[in-house]
Write a protein that binds this ligand. Structure first.
Ligand SMILES: [Zn+2]
Length: 496
């Protein structure tokens, strides 16, 4: 017998979560005011059919105990637990027999129950019923015999006709919390005498996303093949198991872009393709994200990494140099990490900056939309730097050549004077990609398309706050190289 069946909750108290539904049903049983039809909606593995069976026992148990709990000892309870009570009819609407079973239901429902006090019909995955079956069911629900009760269960409440919904008392089953799931897993593991790490159970709970059935299933798989350790759970789910991914992640956290890119080259030499590596890397980050849930600082860094590397994945097919997007991502990730790690507390504005990444994005989109509805700048008189800044994103979008676009993302428009736009880059490396006339023409064309103006371009590297001399005496700066330095290091450019 599977662990899930073995540990299926047999009374209200042992059902994890869903307190609202449990309490309402228990008090209705107590006051003998149970509704004849319930609709249980919610994700799989959250206890819908378990609660339906407990309800059936509660209705029919010969010696209910405490708060209308089924005794699990009387002949009714035991035969329900054994799946043998003829008055408890379970219908799987997803099966081919669904329609026949509903027809049968209609024919037989009028007959009194044979063993129990009442007949209970549990219709699982009820949204799968055909229109005809729903109509047949509706007629029954409109006038149910006094001895008949229904529990309809579904993962997709929106697919149930309103006519049916309106006949039922509805409960929404929520995903079971990580701590509740983990706690239940621990009870089971203890009871089975399994050897486990608490962290491994927490990880299983996180990964099962609120579905207890899946969580117990995974625990069982782990238990039958060895010790339940965090490492094995991660491995089982393909989260780790490759040392180089963890190393790569570590280099990003330590802001060692050169090391990360060296590692990348080693991986390539070993015959792994860059897109394949990126794919694995992103799911590796996902694993870390899930493990770190609850630690907002770490999660934020990892979310940043995920965002950066997903962007790299997107760019990779467009890039003339397949390595470039991932190299850019490495630098961005190291920079991102520095912004928000240990300094975050000292510099509140930095923290805010990170927290609003999403917001910024929204604003960006809003701005883009706004400017889409505006006439080109030339139609509104003289072009201003503010307008250029505002339309910058759209200009980038208008560039078809990926590496030009990518290089430009390192820069930003800073001045516009007598027809000359100055773009300041954080890094020489990116600026250099745009210095030749052909590439500048591509950029100019994009400006013309978006703004309606032909601009001349002046490119410069942004001045950093610290000169190389002061940097040497400044420990802080040594510990945290600037993006320019990192890029220079990565691309092998000597500082002048
Ligand atoms: Zn009983």
């Amino acid at each position: 017998m599977s662990l899930y069946l073995k540990y299926r909750p047999q009374n209200f108290a042992s059902l994890v979560g869903q307190d609202h539904a449990k309490k309402t049903i228990q008090s209705a049983l107590k006051s003998n005011s149970l509704s004849h039809a319930y609709l249980f909606c919610g994700p799989r593995g959250t206890g819908k059919t378990s609660l339906a069976r407990i309800l059936a026992k509660g209705l029919n148990c010969k010696n209910p105990v405490g708060d209308m709990e089924p005794c699990n000892k009387c002949e009714i309870c035991t035969s329900i637990n054994a799946g043998k009570l003829v008055d408890l009819i379970e219908i799987d609407a997803a099966s081919n027999r669904g329609i026949d079973e509903i027809r049968e239901l209609r024919e037989k429902i009028v007959f009194a129950p044979s063993q129990a006090k009442t007949k209970v019909y549990i219709i699982d995955e009820v949204h799968m019923l055909t229109k005809e079956a729903f109509n047949a069911l509706l007629k029954t629900l409109e006038e149910p015999p006094a001895h008949a009760y229904f529990v309809l269960a579904t993962t997709e409440a929106h697919k149930i006709p309103e006519t049916i919904v309106s006949r039922c008392q509805q409960f929404s089953f929520s995903r079971i919390s990580i701590s509740d799931t983990s706690h239940r897993l621990q009870e089971i593991a203890d009871n089975e005498g399994a050897s486990y790490e608490k962290e491994a159970l927490d990880l299983i709970a996180k990964l099962s996303a609120g579905g207890l059935r899946d969580a117990i299933g995974l625990l069982e798989q782990m238990m039958t093949t060895g010790e339940v350790t965090q490492e094995r759970v991660s491995e089982r789910l393909g989260l780790t198991g490759s040392e180089h991914l963890e190393k790569f992640f570590k280099y990003l956290l330590e802001r060692k872009p050169l090391k990360a890119i060296e590692l990348l080259n080693q991986i390539k030499v070993k015959g792994k393709s860059i897109p394949q590596f990126l794919q694995e890397l992103i799911s590796h980050f996902r694993g870390h994200m899930l493990i770190n849930l609850g630690n907002s600082q770490d999660t934020r860094i990892i979310l940043g990494f995920i965002e950066i590397f997903i962007e790299a994945r997107r760019q990779i097919d467009l890039s003339p140099i397949p390595e470039l997007p991932i190299e850019v991502a490495v630098i961005k990730a190291c920079e991102f990490n520095s912004d928000e790690s240990e300094e975050a507390e000292k510099k509140p504005e930095v923290k805010v900056k990170i927290e609003t990444i999403e917001k910024k994005k929204e604003e960006k989109t809003a701005k883009m939309k706004e400017s889409e509805t505006m006439p080109p700048a030339s139609d509104r008189g003289e072009l201003q730097i503010e307008q250029i800044k505002k339309d910058w994103q759209r200009v980038l979008e208008a560039i078809d050549t990926p590496f030009i676009k990518m290089s430009l993302t390192d820069g930003e428009p800073v001045r516009y004077e007598s027809g000359i736009l100055t773009i300041a880059f954080k890094s020489n490396t990116f600026m250099d990609k745009i210095t030749n006339a052909a590439n500048q023409a591509v950029v100019q064309k994009a400006f013309e398309k978006v703004l309606g103006n032909r601009l001349s371009l002046n490119l410069e590297v942004k001045k950093m706050e610290l000169s190389p001399l002061t940097k040497k005496t400044n420990k802080e700066a040594e510990k945290k190289p600037s993006a320019v330095e990192m890029a220079a290091e990565v691309f092998g450019i000597k500082k002048s």
